[in-house]
Design a protein around this ligand. Sequence first.
Ligand SMILES: [Zn+2]
Length: 279
Amino acid sequence: MLVNLKYVLNLAEKGGFCIPAFNVYNMETVMGVIKAAEEMKAPIIMQVYPRLMKEETGYYLSPIILAAAEKATVPVCFHLDHGPSELETTRSLRYGATGIMLDGSTLPFEENIALTKRVVDTCKFVDVQVEGELGHIGTTKDDELDEFTTADDAKKFVEETGVACLAVAVGTAHGRYKKPPKLDIERIKAIREATNNTALVLHGGSGVPDEEIKAAVKAGVRKMNFATDICYAFLDCCLEELQKPERTVAVDNFMKKPIEAVKDFCITRIKLVGADGKA
Ligand SMILES: [Zn+2]
């Protein structure tokens, strides 16, 4: 069942758990993610990088995501990840997205607020909600993590933009970590309190120790992104299959194992964030 961002966030808030948001890249990753969600009876988010929406991939991939979501026995939100501008957010709406992230975190504070609010107002017309970002979440290649989100800024940002959820910088980064990150759980609690319990989003979930993830969910993280590890699950399996002397040549049959590998990975994350059995 295709649902909007507000729908899945409400489920998470009421149940005190977190919605896993899985990045998808092609039909096979979509299939793996949906199989995991249905098997675990979990509400999920399937999200797409803005780059795919700008290239022709988004044109082909969006109908696949929508078909999967509409057929699914569990609630699925189709979300744009890290939309940098109104080009990507508007195009994603046209492609049928039911959740939009506007990432204005590299802009000056007031400009981030203004742009995010504009996207929130546009999305309202089609009953789609918006994820904002405050405090830049960098990549694991950066030497130092960027500025953490403060509770005061978060309060002002949420009040003025009307976002449904907020991505915060609390110790994670995008990519693969060289050493396990330490999350600032007290900061998560403080931001929740200051923002009247706004749903918080953790990016860079791949590679964060399980105990840290559980603590973050308990403190109020309601959406957690997994992107890098989906790619590794898929590609590592492809590589392994390619090295077999009797490898399958029919591409559809070849893809069956990588689809299963994605499914198996997603099942571990669904359980970790407590979304299993919550659909
Ligand atoms: Zn991210």
